[in-house]
Design a binder for this molecule. Sequence first.
Ligand code: SAH
Ligand code: SF4
Ligand code: F3S
Length: 467
Amino acid sequence: MATFQNSLPDLTRPFPPVDGPAIYIETYGCQMNTYDSQAIGGLLEGAGFRLVDNELAADAVLLNTCSVREHAEHKVISRVGEVRNRRRQAELGPVVIGICGCMAERLGDDLRKGPKAVDLVVGVDNYDALPGLLRGLTGAAAGTGGGRGAVTGHRLDAHYVAPPELYPVNNSHLVTIHKGCDYKCTYCIVPMTRGPQSEKAPDVILAEIADIVARGGREVTLLGQNVTAYRWQGSADFGPLDFAGLLERVAGIDGLERIRFLTGHPRDMHTHLMDVIGRLDKVCPWLHVPAQSGADTVLRRMKRLYTAGEYLDMVDHARRVIPDVTFSSDFIVGFPGETDDDFRATLDLIRRVQYDQIFSFKYSERPGVPAARLADDVPAEAKKARLAELMDVQQGIWARTAQAQVGQVVRALGEGPARRPPGAWRLRTPNNRKVVVLGPEVPAGAEATVRLTGWEATTFFGERLNA
Ligand code: SAH
Ligand code: SF4
Ligand code: F3S
């Protein structure tokens, strides 16, 4: 079920048995899209559609898309062609194809033109239009490009609630706590595609999490582009609340064991917030705090609103007050005007922080964002070389961090069977490290004490001590 207002969701399920049109949803981009796909799935099931897991079994395919880099958009456009080809090869009739998510918002009706034209385009705040549109399109001559124009545009009050009985991700249930973004990082398309920041009401969030727990969930990941900037102004139902206050309220939910959150903006990672995170046992000691660059000149041109020194102060404070805290980050290489010295400053920051994990990207110019006015002047070869060097430095840092963990005893929570080796079980520590153990089953959600015996890539191997 989904709700479009800041009001309590309708929790009267289960879904009716369905044999309606079959819908396949494929998700690109960030966790916010993963959550939205869950909400769309719930909406459609509630309206009598059936969810399937591939395009050949579907009457309609929805691609929930990302615009953050040019490459992400290209992937989706070629996927449209691929879906049509695969259907033809399998000698199946045409299928309705819809684009949802950030590309729908950015490109709108343009997606309904040209050789890769799709049947339907629905932006991030208009998913309540999907059942009606899909009913029309799957009932009529499918794949003929009929249907309404793009349904896009931002509605501040449109907040979706994904059905909690569906889809935990890595054993954690995603819970979007707000949408949009009020920052104006100059490279970033998100403020255009997701619109202004708008908070889901605290009582809606708390009810959603209580429902997840009532259905057996033990861990949630609070989601937003800047969860640390969460700010409920106060309403008849709930007084004013910032992110630290929200964490305290969520931690008060009986039966919930772990709380993670993504993404924190370094500027909003105040000392008070870090103190609260350190004090609340349920809040996992893992901070994903994208730095983007270690050079103050670049950070200024990016409008990130902190200096490298302030970022390092934040890291120092977190290390003081959050036991066993680990960090992860995003970096962009080759931002306009980035010199070799600027890039060295980024490597220096990376060496000082000692991240567990880094997601690094070559700068990709996005139409209409402020940085598009700056010349994209770092040559492609230099971007490629910097990205490779950054990843190399990070690999060395992680190798030392991981090796130092061997022999340590950690507590970790089961996440189900591991992909390999056969018969192994996958677990995750509170600070977001993956562990694989052999032996008796560690059921999803069960806690185990594990001695780390080795590691490969980003995964530790371990042996259970309390089997
Ligand atoms: N709200 C988060 C993340 C936003 S998008 C934050 O503020 O950190 C996820 C990541 O994509 C960003 O952290 C950034 O590293 C990367 N990114 C965003 N726009 C980009 C662009 N134009 N080119 C390359 N990488 C980009
Ligand atoms: Fe984009 Fe910056 Fe907002 Fe993150 S904080 S979503 S990078 S504008
Ligand atoms: Fe991509 Fe939109 Fe998320 S641009 S990163 S799917 S908010």
